[in-house]
Write a new protein. Structure first.
Length: 175
């Protein structure tokens, strides 16, 4: 029975890694109301321009709204991993970008409905669960920061500490 449990856990891990690899060139854009745009590709290009990342329509394989409750994020798959990585690394500059900078002709109601703009990697459901739990711990003051890079989850517990890679949900119990 124990051997079967270990084999099942290993298969889940292999599936997660495979699914993560298929999402390697994808990213989610959150915080832009649907009323603000007609085409999702235009949003991707405006965000890239605001972050000073050169991007053309040919760099985008596909983009569309995700079906979620509430505000619908945009998912975009890039033609190459290098393009996605450049944009994701530049996302730290988003704290200086306002919605009205990207969409100056938007209505006042749309501006009010807009939130902060965020870029997230397109994580598997298991990795998203780990990040959400780590963010709860960050909000509780147990962790200093949480981030992802290429689907790998990293945390820092102190300003001078080294980042720790988190592979499983249980790893958060041993900080």
């Amino acid at each position: 029975m124990d051997e079967q449990q270990e084999e099942i856990a290993e298969l889940y891990d292999l599936q997660d890694h495979l699914e993560l690899y298929t999402r390697k060139n994808s990213m989610e854009i959150h915080g832009i109301p649907e009323e603000a745009y007609e085409k999702t590709e235009g949003v991707v290009l405006k965000v890239a321009s605001a972050l000073d990342v050169p991007l053309t329509p040919q760099d985008i394989e596909i983009s569309h709204k995700l079906r979620r409750k509430g505000a619908k994020p945009i998912i975009v798959k890039f033609m190459s991993h290098k393009i996605k990585t450049k944009l994701y690394k530049a996302s730290t500059k988003l704290k200086n970008v306002n919605f009205s900078d990207l969409f100056p002709s938007s209505t006042a109601a749309t501006r009010v409905a807009s939130g902060k703009i965020y870029l997230f990697e397109n994580l598997t459901s298991y990795r998203r669960k780990i990040v959400n739990r780590a963010n709860e711990m960050r909000n509780d003051g147990l962790i200093l920061s949480v981030w992802t890079m290429d689907g790998k989850i990293f945390i820092k517990t102190s300003p001078e500490g080294r980042p720790t890679k988190i592979n499983e949900l249980e790893d958060l119990n041993y900080l």
